[in-house]
Structures are given as C-alpha cells and as structure tokens.
Design a protein around this ligand. Structure first.
Ligand code: LLP
Length: 412
C-alpha cells in the first residue's frame, strides 16, 4: 500500500492534503458488504466518518444505507443518490426543522433518544399530517472499553434513553397515531477493540427485545450501531478489518427472531485505512531536550490526537537512509495541544521533507476546522490498482519516478 502513496507525490501538489486510496476503499466496502450479507445484516454507513463526495459515491455503489446525524448529512446523502428508505437519522439534539426535514423526505426512521424528543416528533408529524417512523435508542449501560470521549453506551453518557423509560416510550408509540414504531437502536461507542462489549451488547439487546415483547409493538428492526475498531498502530498489516469475524460474533451472540432485520452503522472501519494526511516539514527545531518537526498540517486537519490522544502512524516519504532520530511531530496551530505524536523515531528530517500520517480516512477531513483562519485542505484520490511492476518503486522519489508511473493514477 505504501507504494501507491509514494508514487503519487507530486511536487506541484500543495500540502497539506488528504489522499484517498479508492482501491482499498472498494475492497473494504466489498468485504464488509459480503460479510454482512452472509448473515442477512444491513449496513448503514455512518456519514460523519467521512462526508467527501467521492467517498459517498463509492459507498452508494456498494449498496449501503446511511446513518446521518444532521439534516445536512441527510441532504448530502440524498444528493449523492442514497434512497430515503435507506436513511436512518440519529442524534441527541435534533432541531425541529431537522425533524421536519427528515419526515418530509420519508426516510426509513428517526432514532429517537428521549421521551421528550418522541413527543416533539409526534407533534411535528401531526402538523405535517404524517406518521413518523421511529426507532427508540436505548442506553444499555455497557462499557465499550474505549477512550472515554468516544464512549456512548454508559449511563453517564448523554446518548439514548435510560432503560427505565423504554416502557413509557413504547406505550407512547403505541397510543400516538402519528408515530410508527420501527424497532430498537443501540450504539455503545467507537474504536471498540475487544469482543466483550459487542458480546455484552448482543446479550443485552436480545434480553430487552424479549422482555419488552418488541414485536408486539410492531418492531421489526434491531440497529446495533457502529464501533468496530481499526488498527492504528499497524495500518498495513490488515488494512481491511475482519468483518467476517465481527458479523460471525454478532450472529453467535444475538438471540432474536430470525425475521427481525439487523442493522449496523459502521463508519470508521469502512473508511479509516483508505486515507492518508500528507504534510510537509516546515522547520526542524532543536529544543533543550528534544527535536521538533514542525509540519504544515495540524489539529485543524486531524483533530484526533489533540482531542483523544489518538495514535496515528507517521512515516517519512522518501526514506533516504538518514540516521534515526526522535521527533515530536507538531502542527503550526497556536495551541500547545497541536501535537500529532511525541518521540517518533524517524530517519533524519529536514525542511521540505514529506510526512504521511496514516489511517486518516475517518474523522479527519470530516472534523477539519477553520481555526486560525486556516484554509481547508483538499483531497486527492487514487483510483487504479497498482500493477505488480510498481512494487519495485517503493523507495523511488518523485524526482526520479518515471512519468509512466504517474499514468497509472488519476489525481483529481
Ligand atoms: N452510529 C452512531 C449513532 C454514532 O454516533 C457513530 C459514531 C457511529 C454509528 C459510527 O461509529 P464508528 O463505526 O465510526 O465507530 N470522532 C471520533 C469518533 C466519534 C464517533 C461518533 N459516533 C474519533 O475520531 O474517534
């Protein structure tokens, strides 16, 4: 995979930029789709992970639905060819106009997170003389064993309704003729590496399904959300996550009637490894105790390290064999938290060198900021599968890279 990125380094392309490997994206989507289909599961891509048009187009080609968290995401999904019946709408704070918009589009369902929201949805539906399709998002109080800022399924997280409200919510759905109950929704967190939280989720969801007699209320859908992790430490070992294993695990631990439709809302696992943030070294500064490599991308292009102390593998393009040194890789933004990584061992870095920050396909470009009035970084897309011959060019610099190699790629 390295090779693809290496050969597309063009001096004329201004850094920083996001570079997407569309070939890897296609294989990932294909693998996820097939693995889900084998169990009759349906995936709704969590649009928030990456909202770029070309990514959405590719996801749509692979017959996924979408999970949106704002009216703008719904609009964008519809503009990119997703059918309203394949859209689910989540979010802890939907505005009235967003709810009205979602209803007007006749999306599959709104994942409702509280009794109050349910009543608001019903009132809006009544005004619009519509029946609002809703699923109830339950907070199952399950520890996703992930970073606390991306955990959503614990009692003290703001998401979902507490279990003690579910009966009341079901009764409201039943009694209010402007609501049409679709089923249950869960999402316990993101970047979940261990199997245990997913097993616990399956057990809890199955238990709730039976205990509350969800089908007797007309429920036919169980949405288990997203959360499947990717390997940030070693992104090229298995760049396509083990979807077969994941869905096999869910199948094994989920005990609900076979006619219930099971949905997932995967985001990160579908897109993360396909993206790289390409950045140039502006300055190398020797501190008292350490070396800083100051690069032209920062927390504005990749917020994850500053926000969640997230690790992203950083590599130097065109490794020209310099002595290995330790660097803090930092951005240009006026914030001390604008640090990509500390003490990274890399071949000696000089001004003008290119660094590649891996696993930036999810929650990088979609979380980009204009802080310091910085310009938004563009994206480029690699479309072709590199032929084997290119393997010889792992360390070829763009200065010496023969022109024909560039012909394999379309930089757009
Ligand atoms: N469904 C719901 C209701 C969600 O809130 C999310 C993510 C997903 C699905 C997709 O989860 P995934 O499969 O991508 O884990 N910015 C953070 C991640 C925030 C996730 C927010 N919700 C990060 O960079 O790690």
């Amino acid at each position: 995979m390295n090779n693809i990125y290496n050969v597309c380094q063009l001096k004329t392309v201004q850094t920083p930029y996001y570079l997407y490997d569309m070939f890897l994206l296609k294989s990932t989507l294909e693998s996820a789709y097939n693995a889900a289909r084998a169990h009759n599961f349906k995936i709704h891509y969590a649009v928030k992970a990456n909202t770029e048009s070309k990514i959405l187009q590719e996801v749509n080609k692979h017959r996924f639905g979408v999970d949106c968290v704002s009216a703008n995401e719904i609009k964008k999904a519809i503009n990119h060819g997703f059918k309203a019946k394949d859209i689910v709408f989540a979010g802890v704070g939907k505005t009235d106009s967003e709810i009205a918009f979602a209803l007007s589009q006749q999306i599959f369902c709104i994942n409702c997170e509280s009794i109050e929201e349910l009543e608001v949805i019903a009132t809006i539906a009544e005004k619009m003389r519509l029946k609002a399709p809703v699923a109830l998002r339950v907070n199952p109080n399950i520890d996703a064993q992930t970073h606390q800022k991306i955990s959503t399924g614990l009692e003290d997280n703001k998401f979902g309704m507490p279990l003690f409200e579910l009966q009341q919510a079901l009764d409201i759905c039943c009694q209010n003729s402007y609501l049409q109950f679709k089923g249950l929704h869960f999402h316990i967190g993101s970047q979940i590496k261990s199997e245990t939280p997913f097993i616990n989720l399956c057990k809890k969801a199955s238990e709730i399904w039976h205990k509350f007699g969800i089908e007797s209320y007309g429920g036919s859908v169980l949405n288990l959300g997203g959360g499947l992790a990717v390997d940030y430490s070693d992104p090229f070992n298995k760049p396509v996550p083990e979807f077969e294993h994941f869905f096999g695990l869910i199948s094994k631990h989920l005990h609900i009637p076979t006619n219930v439709k099971v949905f997932f809302e995967l985001g990160r696992s579908l897109v993360a490894q396909s993206g790289t943030l390409v950045t140039k070294v502006l300055y190398v500064k020797k501190g008292l105790t350490k070396n800083f490599a100051i690069v032209d991308a920062g927390m504005t292009e990749l917020l994850r390290p500053a926000l969640y102390q997230a690790f992203h593998k950083i590599e130097k393009f065109n490794n020209n064999g310099g002595a290995i040194k330790n660097y803090d890789i930092v951005g240009p933004v006026c914030e001390s938290s604008d640090v990509f990584a500390k003490n990274v061992a890399l071949p000696e870095i000089r001004r003008g060198d290119i660094l590649m920050v891996r696993s930036c396909g999810a929650y990088a470009q979609s979380m980009s900021l204009r802080y310091n009035l910085r310009s938004l970084a563009p994206a480029y897309y690699l479309h072709n599968n590199p032929v084997d011959a290119l393997q010889d060019h792992v360390t070829t610099s763009f200065n010496t890279c023969p022109d024909y190699i560039f012909n394999f790629f379309s930089l757009q």
